[in-house]
Write a protein that binds this ligand. Structure first.
Ligand SMILES: [Zn+2]
Length: 342
């Protein structure tokens, strides 16, 4: 572990924090690589969350909470305790949720006859129509099942995830739903019923394919970057289309406002619902660290604008916990932010 340049000085109060009282029951055992991956997730959203917390949005205070997600780690022996923001845009919290969902749904997916990965969409909508469009979409699933129930057809058995992406070229939004459906027949019937209720949806965008890695469904809730086709660079007289993706904070904010209070993952046709609720305070036993009583704080390390990283720094000794250093790609990713030109 390398030393951070600045060591904290007045530490008496910090010592009072490190007591059994502040460390909950150990929920699981892990090793330092868990925190290294979290450092990467936290670094990736650092800049974006700082920007979003300053937006004129009803969610601004919640974006600020995400800035402080697992900001301090209390170490008591080998147990590390952190507080999580539990917000749905938080990469750290989503890593924990994804793990829970993958474990929780694996039996249900394995029990499916021939699971199909289905994508259903509606035409893109402007920001001010997003919430009602999503409500309408979700309502349609209810109606499709109700009709099947009435007609004594077997209910569509599926796990469903809501997603929404932003199109920066058109400045509009693309709400869609991914599902893992029981078998091909149900998938095709569902697609047909969807087209009947959404005749303006383009047929070729309604996709059915065998679910090779059904677990992918749980990977992320809302993509935090968007790709536009306008990024054209000229290199040696040739036009090159840049494939870089950018964060659009205002658009993301609109998406999160639109889905406030809605369930992202839903089950259909009797698949048992799995909770993705995470504990606000989590205590983890870390195997490969020296037992100690310490307080670690998320801090900037390095002094130049071009060369710095973040890590949890031991406020007593100045040690860094994970040694995480962003790759060039990770560094650029965290900085790629664009504002909407209104
Ligand atoms: Zn969080």
């Amino acid at each position: 572990m390398k030393a951070a340049p600045h060591k904290a000085e007045s530490l008496k109060t910090a010592h009072n924090l490190i007591s059994k009282h502040n460390c909950g029951k150990v929920q699981y055992t892990s090793d330092l690589s868990t925190y290294r991956k979290r450092a990467k997730a936290k670094f990736a959203q650092n800049t974006l969350m700082r920007v979003m917390a300053k937006l004129n949005s009803p969610l601004a205070a919640k974006y600020e909470e995400t800035q402080f997600c697992s900001y301090s780690l209390i170490q008591n022996g080998n147990t590390f305790t952190a507080r999580y923001c539990k917000q749905r845009w938080c990469r750290i919290c989503n890593r924990i949720r994804t793990g829970k969902l993958m474990n929780g749904y694996s039996d249900a997916i394995q029990a499916m006859a021939e699971p199909q990965f289905v994508t259903l969409t509606i035409p893109n909508v402007p920001g001010d129509k997003l919430r009602e469009s999503i409500k309408l979409m979700l309502n349609n699933f209810r109606k499709i099942q109700d009709l099947r129930r009435k007609n004594k057809q077997p209910l569509i058995k599926a796990i469903r995830k809501l997603e929404c992406t932003y199109n920066p070229d058109r400045n509009d939004f693309h709400p869609h739903v991914h599902l893992i459906v029981e078998d091909l027949q149900q998938a095709e019937e569902l697609k047909l019923a969807w087209m009947e209720r959404n005749p303006e949806a383009l047929e070729y965008l309604q996709d059915i394919r065998p679910a090779k890695e059904p677990i992918e469904l749980f990977k992320y809730f809302a993509k935090l970057t968007s790709k536009g086709s306008k990024d054209i660079k000229t290199y040696k007289g040739k036009k090159l289309i840049s494939r870089e993706e950018y964060h659009y904070p205002e658009a993301l904010d609109l998406i999160f406002q639109a889905i406030a209070g809605m369930r992202i993952i839903q089950t259909m046709g009797g698949v048992k619902m799995v909770s993705d609720e995470i504990e606000e305070i989590e205590s983890v036993e870390i195997e490969n660290v020296e037992s100690d009583q310490a307080l670690w704080q998320w801090q900037k390390i390095g002094t130049t604008a071009e060369k710095y990283t973040y890590d949890w720094v031991n406020i007593f000794t100045g040690e860094c916990l994970t040694g995480y250093e962003p790759s060039e790609k990770e560094w650029k990713y965290s900085k790629r932010i664009r504002y909407l030109q209104v």
